[in-house]
Design a protein around this ligand. Structure first.
Ligand SMILES: Nc1ncnc2c1ncn2[C@@H]1O[C@H](COP(=O)(O)OP(=O)(O)OP(=O)(O)O)[C@@H](O)[C@H]1O
Ligand SMILES: [Mg+2]
Length: 250
């Protein structure tokens, strides 16, 4: 299955390719965030053992720490298709109903910046998450009728940089919430992969913390895989190597 585009429209195709190549594909490749990774691994393992779709998962934390990456990993680990959307794109309950009604069984629906969804859509999501059904309202005013629609079981993965803005009822419907922290040298054996820096994990972590504001997106150690490296254009090289040598991050 082709990996969906997760970078801003307008970026060069080669930049999109390099972004996709750098993103860890499974939990084993995702280094750091030990607590979240361990708990998520148990949640997914339990679902697989029960032969059920995974619980709804919420990832929160500052930009660039790996929320989108983990959402993609949830789908990969569950061997499920992934649907991508975002809060700002869902401004009407109908937008959400269209997405939900086209999900297939077991599909992972990723809603980025979920705190920016409109209120009516949010309320529709409550029932969808809990009972796997929605009420589609047809007509207006006194003549409006609600048509119940059964949904196939799915997993919602939400991501937010502003967990405090999520209403309690929505937060409560997630079976697992992972809060991503800034990278720290206190966390042993961590650092963005693939690791190829000069000073081993401890030294790399120190440099990430010092030069890249503890954020993997800014890591000097994000290297293109050997197979794609030599063919990269100047734009992609600039992007991947922008922190090379430990100089200050942009
Ligand atoms: N643990 C990690 N190991 C290796 N690379 C990582 C890790 N976490 C994030 N990255 C890399 O950092 C970049 C940013 O990650 P990602 O897009 O998942 O962050 P995000 O939390 O979704 O950010 P935003 O809030 O801006 O959407 C990605 O290109 C990803 O490849
Ligand atoms: Mg993201």
């Amino acid at each position: 299955m082709a990996e969906p585009s997760l970078v801003a429209a307008g970026e060069e195709p080669e930049e999109r390719a390099i972004e996709a190549a750098l993103r860890p594909k499974n939990l084993d490749d995702f280094v750091g965030q030990h607590r979240v990774r361990k708990q998520l691994s148990l949640v997914l393992q339990a679902s697989r053992m029960r032969g059920r779709t995974a619980d709804h998962v919420l990832f929160s934390g500052p930009p660039g720490l790996g929320k989108t990456t983990l959402a993609m990993i949830v789908a990969a680990e569950m061997n499920a298709p992934l649907r991508l959307s975002s809060g700002p794109a869902i401004q009407h309950a109908g937008d959400l109903a269209a997405i939900l009604s086209s999900l297939s069984e077991g599909e992972v629906l990723f809603l980025d910046e979920i705190h920016r969804m409109s209120r009516p859509a949010e309320e529709m999501l409550y029932m969808a998450m809990e009972d796997f059904r929605v009420d589609i309202v047809v007509g207006k005013g006194a003549g409006a009728t609600a048509i119940p629609l059964e949904l196939p079981p799915f997993t919602l993965v939400g991501a937010t940089t502003r967990a405090g803005l999520l209403p309690g009822p929505l937060r409560d419907r997630f079976g697992f919430t992972g809060h991503l922290e800034f990278y720290s040298v206190a966390e042993p054996g961590t650092g963005p992969a693939p690791v190829s820096g000069p000073a081993g994990p401890e030294g790399q972590l120190r440099r990430i913390r010092r030069n890249c504001r503890q954020v993997p997106r800014h890591s000097p150690y994000r290297q293109p895989p050997a197979a794609t490296g030599p063919g990269l254009g100047a734009g992609a090289r600039r992007r991947t190597n922008r922190c090379q040598g430990g100089v200050s991050c942009p």
